[in-house]
Write a protein that binds this ligand. Structure first.
Ligand code: ITT
Length: 410
């Protein structure tokens, strides 16, 4: 993967209301990577949004902006789908009436005249596409449900916000603050899924912290292959790294000082000691590949690289047995993040219950340990969700969405 020279993320939109909503959601990832946000200048060539889907148009915008600027670019396409109108205005949302937002809302209410509440279901959708010049493309979608009011309500927001009654908030998007909208909006959901992929767009970047060096995405993946980790184990660690960085970014968004660079590296390297390459040799003793010993072997490998010691510590205390020994209990945000995300993913997101059931099947000798850890893990899940200011269900939805991002090369 070639790495762009520029330290900028170019947002390919001409809509300043969208830029105002994008900034706060992206900023934890931009801060972690030292990137600055730039929006499209008026001299950028216009793009004809002629695709039948939001993701098709988001990809068009991202490809055009990355090609034109040579910078990593984010394309966004969004709109409103109304059930009683067969999904209209859909991809034509911006151009529905041929006039501005007030005319669009007027036409929408006219077309829904006589449709009773309860049959006015609607949803906003956003697709975002992150394009690395000469590199991959990441695509994610977000959605939020609601219904169309009888009359416009509220003076905030933009576009169709005054007529969209949010199911999550019980008010129109024009009646709530920007922060409240950001908790549940289609745009925030798509952006939260994709923002961590900036770590992969800038994969060649390693980090320097006051405590020592931290390996970036590319360095971690190279280490996994050099350590001869089998493909399934690489996929598990890739999933834990992606979830770990998104959970850290969600915490940072809520004002909690979690380091997404550390959480990402911990997820990517936490099982490196399971690799056959790192088995101790010579005394005939086989290392346990069970739920406990591998954490020590992985931490040993990490410590041997001279990385920031917080990384080896997070890896050391990610095994289930750490809950049972006071001195090994995960106690920093990044240690807690790794402990939890490792118990939510196999090679894909499965959630806590299914993950523990899988561990019980694979390690029958550790059944009692696994059963004893169920409650502390549920408590940890609740603690992290509360620190993100969301319910555990919403936090899990966010994390699962971060693994549903499509990654392709065109
Ligand atoms: P760019 O193409 O330059 O990004 P645009 O405003 O033309 O800007 P779209 O093509 O994505 O954007 O059209 C989306 C339209 O859907 C937008 O103009 C609004 O009318 C509506 N829309 C999208 N998200 C919205 C939101 O959060 N609140 C209210 N209306 C929204």
């Amino acid at each position: 993967m070639s790495s762009p020279e520029s330290r900028t993320l170019l947002v390919a939109t001409t809509n300043p209301d969208k830029v105002a909503e994008l900034g706060p959601i992206l900023s934890p990832a931009l801060d972690a990577l030292g990137l600055t946000l730039r929006s499209l200048s008026p001299d950028a060539p216009p793009v004809t949004e002629d695709r039948p889907t939001f993701s098709g148009n988001a990809v068009l915008k991202a490809l055009a902006a990355a090609g034109w600027s040579g910078e990593v670019a984010l394309g966004e396409d969004s709109g409103l789908e109304v059930d009683a109108l067969g999904g209209a205005p859909g991809v034509l949302s911006a151009r529905y009436s041929g006039g501005g937002p007030a005319e669009n809302n007027k036409l929408l209410l006219e077309r829904l005249a006589g449709v009773p509440q309860g049959r006015r279901g609607a949803r906003f959708r956003t697709a975002v596409a992150l394009k690395v010049p000469d590199g991959p493309l990441f695509v994610a979608e977000g959605m939020t449900e609601g219904e169309i009011t009888g009359q416009p309500r509220g003076s905030g927001g933009f576009g169709y916000d005054p007529v969209f009654l949010s199911r999550d908030l019980g008010r129109t998007f024009a009646e709530v603050s920007r922060d409240e909208k950001a908790r549940v909006s289609h745009r925030s959901r798509a952006l939260r899924a994709v923002r961590g992929y900036l770590f992969e767009a800038f994969a060649a970047q390693d980090f320097e912290t006051p405590q020592g060096p931290l390996p970036g995405h590319g360095t971690c993946l190279q280490a996994l292959f050099a350590a001869k980790c089998p493909p399934g184990l690489v996929r598990h660690q890739l999933a834990a790294g992606r979830l770990g960085r998104e959970l850290a970014l969600s915490l940072a968004e809520a004002g909690v000082p979690a380091d997404a660079r550390l959480a990402a590296a911990a997820g990517l390297l936490h099982d490196i000691g399971r690799s056959p390459f790192d088995k101790p040799k010579g005394n005939g003793a086989k290392p346990s590949r069970g739920v406990v010993e591998h954490a020590r072997l992985s931490a040993q490998w990490v410590a041997g690289q001279g990385f920031d010691p917080r990384l080896a510590r997070a890896v050391l205390v990610h095994g289930l047995d750490s809950f049972l020994v006071a001195e090994f209990k995960p106690s920093t945000w990044e240690e807690r993040i790794l402990m939890l995300v490792d118990k939510l993913v196999e090679e894909v997101y499965v959630g806590l219950a299914a993950r523990l059931a899988g561990l019980r099947r694979r390690y029958p000798a550790s059944r009692r340990l696994i059963a004893a850890c169920r409650r502390p893990l549920k408590d940890l899940e609740a603690q992290l969700a509360s620190a993100c200011r969301v319910t555990p269900a919403e936090m899990n939805k966010r994390l699962a969405a971060a693994l549903e991002v499509v990654s392709l090369t065109l």
